[in-house]
Write a protein that binds this ligand. Structure first.
Ligand code: NAP
Length: 360
């Protein structure tokens, strides 16, 4: 007898990570409820409809009838009730993702924390819903990496405030709220959390996500010099697969760090130059990636917007080290080689027209 089709919900379905997750779910035969902020904004979710049409090409039946979009807003209680109906698993991915905002409480922390509570409340009311997979972040582990410490699932960010790295605060408080909710309210479902590092890769969504924007900044002269920065990258396709496995495997438990490899800004610039995509573009040349350079960068950060300034002050000179063995072992994720991911990201950004124009 054929297995019944499983129904799952993806919140924030238009997002960079969510769109890839939705693609893999449809290709895997799932029925998917996706939430979007505004159904009338057809441009923001047209790519999801296209994905559903294309999912048939993977051998499954055409997936048009397996994708249903719902309108939901993180700040509206009850907003997710309809979308999670009949679902066995919910992937809660919607959350504001920005470093620079006008009002950190209103624009970051409230939607992240209240939104997580609202989604979990809707899930609690839904009979048959067994698991919520929450997209947390490296931001919930630390906002200032320590080169001598290897991050694991035990680490928690205790330093962010409304004033210092508020995006990091929003992700930390949202994850803490999710754990508090399941521990105190005993809603009859379990929680599994994915903590991705900096997610890059080919994008199905037309907008340029903040993490892929690193490439655009690097090639447009926004970084005047090579700084002592290190990026803990991971491929969006691996992050999506980790979420799906976390939803499927009954034995999945707790948090999962999702990172592939940390690359220095110097090595990233070299890779872009060697790929040919740097030609005619304004890649940084001067090196400030030494101890005195770190001080100069921290001083120069005064001229940047607050979000960038916070990021530079807490990250320059520090290397993010992490242990991804629990994710590889429990979820069976063999991370894609980073070089391939970067080359595919560059080609994809070029295809979307997201790279700065090259001088002839
Ligand atoms: P993204 O493309 O900016 O996606 C964010 C999604 O959240 C969008 O669909 C957005 O909807 C939705 N959203 C934001 N505010 C909302 C609100 N008030 N109500 C309903 N939906 C709202 O970014 P992403 O990289 O895919 O991020 C997805 C998740 O991964 C986030 O939780 C982020 O914190 C986490 N994460 C990302 C990275 C990374 O490097 N990319 C790393 C670690 C964790 P609209 O389209 O309507 O704006």
């Amino acid at each position: 007898m054929a297995e019944p089709v499983r129904t799952v919900c993806v919140t924030g379905a238009t997002g960079f990570i969510a769109s890839e997750t939705l693609r893999q779910l449809l290709a895997g035969g799932y029925r998917v409820h996706g939430t979007v902020r505004n159904l009338a904004h057809r441009d923001s979710h047209a790519h999801l409809r296209q994905l559903a049409g294309a999912a048939g090409a993977d051998g499954a039946n055409g997936a048009d009838d397996r994708l249903h979009l719902f309108e939901a807003d993180l700040l509206q209680p009850g907003s997710f009730d309809e979308a999670v109906q009949d679902c066995q698993t919910v992937f809660h991915m919607a959350s504001p993702f920005a470093l620079t905002v006008q009002d950190p409480r209103r624009d970051l922390v409230e939607p992240a924390v209240q939104g997580t509570r609202n989604v979990l409340e809707s899930c609690r009311k839904t009979a048959g819903l067994r698991r919520v997979v929450l997209t947390s972040s490296e931001a919930a582990l630390t906002d200032q990496p320590d080169s001598s410490h290897v991050l694991t699932e035990q680490d928690w960010n205790t330093r962010s405030t409304f004033d210092r790295n508020p995006y990091y605060l929003s992700k930390t408080l949202a994850e803490r709220e999710a754990w508090r909710f399941v521990e105190q309210q005993k809603p009859g479902l379990d929680l599994v959390v994915i903590n991705p590092f900096t997610v890059i890769g080919p994008s199905l969504a037309p907008h340029l996500c903040l993490s892929n924007r690193i490439f655009q900044y690097l090639m447009s002269g926004a970084y005047p010099a090579i700084m002592n920065l290190h990026f803990p990258f991971v491929d969006v396709r691996d992050v999506a697969l980790a979420h799906i496995r976390a939803g499927e495997l009954p034995q999945a438990r707790g948090r999962y760090l999702c990172g592939c490899e940390t690359l220095s800004m110097r090595d990233l610039v070299r890779l872009i130059r060697d790929s040919g995509y740097g030609e005619g573009r304004r890649l940084p040349r001067i090196g400030l990636d030494f101890r005195l350079g770190d001080w100069l960068v921290r001083l120069a950060a005064f001229r940047e917007t607050k979000g960038i300034r916070d990021y530079l002050r807490t990250h320059v000179g520090n290397v993010t080290r992490f242990d991804n063995s629990k994710t590889r072992r429990d979820l069976g994720i063999g991370f894609r080689p980073l070089r391939e991911t970067i080359l595919e990201t560059l080609a994809d950004l070029d295809g979307w027209g997201h790279l700065p124009p090259a001088a002839k």
